[in-house]
Design a protein around this ligand. Sequence first.
Ligand code: NAP
Length: 234
Amino acid sequence: MIYIVTGVSRGLGKAIAECFLKDGHKVIGVGRSHSIDHENFRFQKCDFSDRRGVEQCMKNEDFTSPVTLINNAGILGEIGRISQKETFDLPHVLDVNVNAPFQLIANVYGNMRKKSDFTLVNISSGAANRAIPSWASYCASKSALNMLTEAFYFEEHELGNTIRAYALSPGVIDTDMQGQIRAASPNVFSSVEKFKSLREDGMLVSAEEAAIRLKILLEQPFDGTVFHDLRMLK
Ligand code: NAP
């Protein structure tokens, strides 16, 4: 099995890549940088805010064995209320969180010799289904990611291609993204104290634990359920 993982420089993506490397799989990391040194690891440099670069990413591959594409790279954007934000960051957030994952799906899936060998994992968020004030761009992007994942799955199902597709909510994970959330001013983010408490109360899951939960989910038979919450997995 080849795992293609985006955003492997740190956080959840790095933990996922290391988890599958540890199990003896081949991993292709995609993103702006990485620090993984392993004989079964290959890196494909790509900045997801560069649409032209993303269009070419993984375009010239030929996948003859099963591939799992894990679209993990993601950004929160500027934390702040729409009416008070300094920048209009929606296009940038959509480029990284939605456009890049879907261009990669098109490129990787297009290069699969056998369509049924393809598994898609899009790392989404609970914020896809629950609007969080001051995270509008992020919520909108993850909501779009969820719908695109399910639409892609239904489309391939219609065509008789027995692929697996998941949009996952990973839980609250102890990564730099949570650091960015806790660093927000209470003037622009009303829930900042709640996120600080989650950490103080030991409620954050480590990236390594979340990666293991993802592995467990992928080891289970796929029953056609696209949306999953990794917190529900034991
Ligand atoms: P993180 O620590 O901030 O890591 C984000 C990753 O995305 C990094 O590898 C980063 O690479 C990459 N990335 C950002 N901008 C990029 C760009 N323009 N081009 C290519 N790669 C880019 O975040 P994380 O917490 O691990 O988040 C991983 C995923 O989980 C995200 O999709 C996030 O939305 C989701 N998630 C996280 C939480 C949580 O509590 N942490 C909760 C729900 C969902 P660089 O080093 O190049 O910036």
